[in-house]
Design a protein around this ligand. Structure first.
Ligand SMILES: *Cc1c(COP(=O)(O)O)cnc(C)c1O
Length: 353
């Protein structure tokens, strides 16, 4: 940091992403990437898009992608916004919907990017503590606030909020925007998309990074009332109109269309997750009821910090957050069955010593 940095940046603590190791080969179950490759149809679309049209700027609104998403979700293209990963869309939401001095609310244990955006865009926030069992305190989201941000299922706990509770929160905040970050919804939670036509204050944000195996492509999308979508477009067009390149747009369209592959890989991950949860419980772990592609677990006798270090020595990378309330938990992404076998073997060995 030096004297040329803006004052706001000097006091900002940026988000720390999970480690992307180089050199040594790890079983990498630390950043919730999908263990299965993207669909072949997506890879073919990428190859076909690498042609002379790259000299031209891409579609600003990603028209063909919006049409594909509109068909998939039963919405109008005017109700959808596509962006460079859902992180970018979540960042755009801050200048689009929130005002300085009107504290927005989110959970004390949730996606740690939210307070970073709040700092960068000078938006105040108030943390609402999760209950002891990490469930959401619905009533507290119904008190006056400057906007609501909920990851559903939550990260890193994996716990989902039922749609009836989401609706209560929407009802209580008709003058505020309620953002649902549904990055993991395809792994078994209830999506709020069916409520979009009923609630003009609802914005649902999803991503192709997890359930569609495309973390490297950077495609996310938001769905909501067209006035909210217009606001996001306006922020985007005040920063960078061309956030999704031609290749990403072409690939994302095929990722939406190849429903069979999408459903098959999601089902497989859910099956592996539930099986692995039972095996962890048998080893003395307490595991939350995850509706995502990761497990959130704490061991009855061995600390998470120790488990993290010992697993790493054995070439298995999981995520450990040194944060209040969750410093004794590990977040373990669901990999292939073989990767989960290796994890359970390593844990058995560590625990028996
Ligand atoms: C992974 C994740 C995202 C970001 O996804 P990208 O689309 O890759 O930017 C957003 N929210 C939560 C809760 C996530 O875990």
């Amino acid at each position: 940091m030096n004297k040329y940095w803006s004052r706001r940046l000097r006091s900002l603590v940026p988000y720390t992403a999970g480690e992307q190791p180089k050199g040594r080969k790890f079983i990498k179950i630390n950043t919730n990437e999908n263990p299965y490759p993207p669909s072949d149809r997506v890879l073919d679309a990428i190859k076909n898009a690498a042609n002379d049209t790259l000299r031209l700027y891409p579609s600003i609104n990603c028209d063909d992608l919006l049409n594909a998403l509109a068909e998939e979700y039963g919405l109008e293209p005017s109700q959808i916004f596509a962006g460079n990963g859902s992180d970018e869309i979540l960042a755009f939401c801050f200048p689009a919907f929130f005002n300085p001095g009107e504290a927005i609310v989110f959970a004390d244990v949730t996606y740690s990017f939210y307070p970073v955006y709040a700092g960068l865009f000078d938006v105040n926030y108030r943390l609402i503590p999760l209950s002891e069992d990490f469930s959401l305190n619905v009533a507290e989201y119904c008190a006056p606030n400057g906007g609501v941000l909920i990851a559903n299922p939550n990260a890193p706990t994996g716990i989902a909020v039922p749609l009836c509770d989401v609706e209560k929160i929407l009802q209580a905040n008709l003058d505020r925007v309620v953002i649902l970050d549904e990055a993991y919804v395809d792994f078994g939670a209830e999506s709020a998309v069916p409520l979009i036509d009923k609630y003009p204050n609802l914005l649902v944000v999803q991503t192709m990074s997890k359930s569609r195996s495309l973390a490297g492509l950077r495609v996310g999308y938001a769905m909501g009332d067209q006035e909210l979508i217009k606001a996001l477009r306006s922020v985007r067009d005040s920063i960078n109109s061309y956030t999704l390149d031609r290749i990403a747009q072409a690939a994302a369209i095929e990722a939406v269309r190849d429903k069979d592959y999408f459903q098959k890989t999601c089902r497989k991950i859910v099956e592996t997750r539930d099986k692995t949860a039972e095996r962890l419980k048998a080893l003395g772990f307490c595991v939350t009821d995850s509706r995502s592609n990761f497990l959130f677990a704490t061991h009855e006798t061995i600390s998470a910090a120790e488990l993290y270090g010992k697993l790493r020595e054995q070439g298995i990378l999981v995520r450990h957050f040194g944060l209040p309330r969750i410093e004794n938990h590990l977040r373990i992404s669901v990999g292939t069955d073989e990767e989960m076998d290796a994890l359970v073997r390593a844990l058995k060995q560590i625990i028996s010593r």
